[in-house]
Design a protein around this ligand. Structure first.
Ligand code: PYC
Length: 314
């Protein structure tokens, strides 16, 4: 019987499950190389941790790793039911609260190693976390996509640690009661992007789709619906998605450096965000602020006699 210890948290309703003990041994190389080893040799562990029956499509997992550089606080490899994520904003907020809960970090600023680079995150006395994400940028502006039986959708392609297509204008109702329909629409948009060969840099698959509209709470600037890889939607405003949004706002001259952007999710949870320009180059460095709460400490049991031991792959 294999045992894997995990700590679960949620960030504005979006769950994160961090493997803190019993995960696969990936060596001591750079985190991006360890992610490749995880992918190539231990993908069934990813599936066992996040897929049903132990997890669900909405769950994001993270493997806590020893950092290459010991002056950094941790290394992390995020994954979900569809595969691996370059970065995860809500997951990083969850990770910080988890590390604090474990007594591994104190209040203050920390560096974390991810497959897409080293990021910084700060946790304060109240548990609020601000993540300084990887540099983010808009790749393509106002791209038209023909979505069969739906119509033409216009949007921007942007990087925020993952690839996003941000729909410019939507008449869809951004309320959680409409989530099933919003999932159908955004999955169709993602399929159409793929068919029409619209990608991120170097042909990267755009696996996240964002719809934006007016906030329900007038204290906020906008509400979003974010389709994640697979077929789930983000309950939080999506840290990497909001980074991509900030990059588009900055490129359009609609948000100044340091100005606050309060992004509301489809369930009403909020990230408070801002950006600074990249010092020598294009794009922005986003800051994403939010809170997470630890909600479980558990041991997953992987019983070789269980026919669904490694999870149900969709
Ligand atoms: O917060 O960056 C994020 C994220 C990505 C996928 C789900 N959440």
């Amino acid at each position: 019987m294999k045992r894997i210890q995990v700590i679960d948290s949620h960030t504005g309703g979006e769950p994160t499950r961090i493997i803190v003990e019993g995960g696969p041994e990936l060596g001591t190389g750079p985190i991006v190389e360890r992610m490749t080893v995880f992918q190539d040799q231990y993908d069934e562990i990813r599936s066992a941790v996040v897929n049903e029956p132990r997890g669900s499509d909405v769950l994001v997992g993270g493997l806590l790793c020893r950092p290459v550089d010991d002056s950094n606080s941790a290394g992390i490899i995020f994954f979900d039911t569809a595969g691996f994520l370059g970065m995860c904003g809500h997951g990083t907020i969850g990770l910080m609260v988890t590390l604090k809960h474990m007594g591994q970090i104190e209040v203050g600023r920390h560096r974390l190693e991810t497959p897409v680079g080293v990021i910084e995150a700060e946790i304060d006395q109240t548990g609020k976390v601000t993540v300084q994400n990887v540099p983010s940028y808009r790749l393509d502006h106002e791209i038209a996509v023909e979505v069969p039986n739906y119509g033409t959708v216009v949007g921007d392609v942007a990087w925020g640690g993952n690839w996003f297509f941000l729909v410019k204008k939507t008449s869809e109702v951004l309320l959680v009661e409409n989530a099933r329909h919003l999932l159908d629409v955004t999955i169709q948009i993602r399929d159409a992007l793929k068919k029409q060969g619209i990608t991120g840099t170097n042909g990267a698959y755009i696996d996240h789709i964002e719809l934006y509209g007016s906030p329900v709470d007038s204290k906020n600037h906008s509400r979003n619906f974010v389709l994640c890889p697979g077929s789930s939607y983000d309950r939080s405003p999506c840290g990497t998605g909001t980074s991509a949004k900030l990059a588009c706002l900055a490129a359009d001259g609609k948000l100044a450096p340091g100005e606050i952007w309060r992004q509301e999710s489809i369930i009403g949870s909020v990230f408070e965000c801002s950006y600074q320009p990249v010092s020598n180059g294009e794009g922005i460095v986003p800051s994403i602020g939010g809170s997470a709460h630890v909600c479980a400490e558990s041991t997953l049991l992987l019983d070789p006699m269980d026919p669904l031991c490694m999870g149900i792959r969709s």
